[in-house]
Ligand binder design. Structure first.
Ligand SMILES: [Zn+2]
Length: 136
């Protein structure tokens, strides 16, 4: 008697594998109607970025995978930056390419560079910067 069994992942065609990857990815996304952000509700790394793992992909940050899905390969050495400043966002419309330098400059502008995820730059550092600016 023929028993239908679930096919193993290595028996799938390229298209079927990509469809399964996409379905697995989409199950972990929730749309925030106010901001338009597509928030990753799966695992996150220490920086608050989503982490996605699947056969054929390995384990990658979710926003980089979202960018690749929408726009194609990410050139070597380039970062995928958020225009919405929401690390867990995977909306391709909120992602753009930039260098690590751009990334650091934007974080500094938003006050996130010095104190990790809390966002605050300690007062002491601000006052040192001010003194430098006025030449004291
Ligand atoms: Zn966003």
């Amino acid at each position: 008697m023929f028993v239908k069994r679930k096919r193993r992942i290595d028996e799938l065609s390229e298209e079927e594998l990509i469809a399964r990857q996409n379905a697995s990815f989409d199950r972990r996304v929730m749309v925030d109607v106010n901001s338009g952000c597509h928030l990753w509700i799966g695992a996150r790394n220490a920086g608050g970025y989503g982490v996605f793992g699947y056969t054929g992909i390995g384990t990658v940050t979710a926003h980089r995978h979202a960018y690749r899905k929408a726009f194609g390969q990410i050139p070597d050495g380039m970062c995928v930056l958020h225009t919405c400043d929401q690390p867990s966002c995977v909306n391709p419309d909120h992602l753009r390419l930039g260098t690590q330098l751009h990334n650091m400059a934007e974080k500094a502008k938003r006050g996130r560079a010095r104190n990790g995820t809390t966002g605050a730059i300690p007062d002491r550092i601000i006052s040192v910067k001010r003194r430098v600016q006025v030449g004291v």
